[in-house]
Design a protein around this ligand. Structure first.
Ligand SMILES: Cc1cc2nc3c(=O)[nH]c(=O)nc-3n(C[C@H](O)[C@H](O)[C@H](O)COP(=O)(O)O)c2cc1C
Length: 177
């Protein structure tokens, strides 16, 4: 592993959190990292909803059986297709929001916070649950529910590097085989 890339290996899904709030300046730092992500044609087809009120957090925890985290903050990464360029945005908004979500997770790690990406889009039932809680207009699609907070668990840094998942020059030719 390359030491310069430690911030990437250290990012792990954190699912247990301390009862300590995340302040506005930390949230703005996370969102400035998210909005530094690349987007197709630089369209930035995203919108972020920050949630810290208990009632809404409780509702979001009911989104799916896999989103019951006790974090004090949730950031919902949404695709905002409310634009005259909707046809173009529809092509790549998922990739754009993925890049933003990963930037957000890496920034959380770098700031000593923990986070977990809970998938929402493209599962319609999950999208409906989140849209209802956040009163999203129909042109704003919830993409990922990211719980953020101070970690109450430690996970080792790691990569899952696997040479069998790499081909050299043509598919099936091993890398350094
Ligand atoms: C699209 C996507 C959806 C995910 N959904 C959930 C989820 O609903 N609940 C959860 O606890 N983790 C979820 N995860 C986190 C994965 O379980 C986790 O990334 C994977 O187990 C690898 O562990 P790591 O993040 O610690 O490297 C999701 C990750 C991605 C990329």
């Amino acid at each position: 592993m390359n030491d310069k890339l430690n911030f990437i290996y250290q990012r792990r899904s954190i699912r247990n959190f301390l009862d300590k709030s995340v302040d506005d300046s930390q949230i703005e730092a996370l969102l400035s990292a998210a909005m530094a992500a690349p987007t197709a044609m630089n369209m930035q087809p995203w919108h972020f909803v920050v949630v810290r009120e208990n009632e809404s957090l409780n509702q979001l925890r009911k989104t799916s059986p896999f989103s019951k985290m006790n974090a004090t903050c949730a950031i919902i990464v949404c695709g905002n297709l409310n634009t005259s360029k909707r046809a173009m945005m529809e092509r790549f908004w998922v990739q754009d929001c993925s890049a933003a979500t990963q930037n957000l997770l890496l920034a959380a790690t770098a700031l000593g916070l923990g986070a977990v990406w809970c998938g929402v889009h493209p599962v319609k039932r999950l999208e409906e649950n989140v849209s209802k809680t956040l009163a999203l207009p129909s042109s704003v699609i919830p993409f990922a529910l990211v719980f953020v907070g101070y970690p109450a668990e430690d996970k080792p840094a790691r990569t899952q590097y696997d040479a069998s998942k790499i081909s050299h020059e043509q598919f099936g030719r091993p890398w350094r085989g």
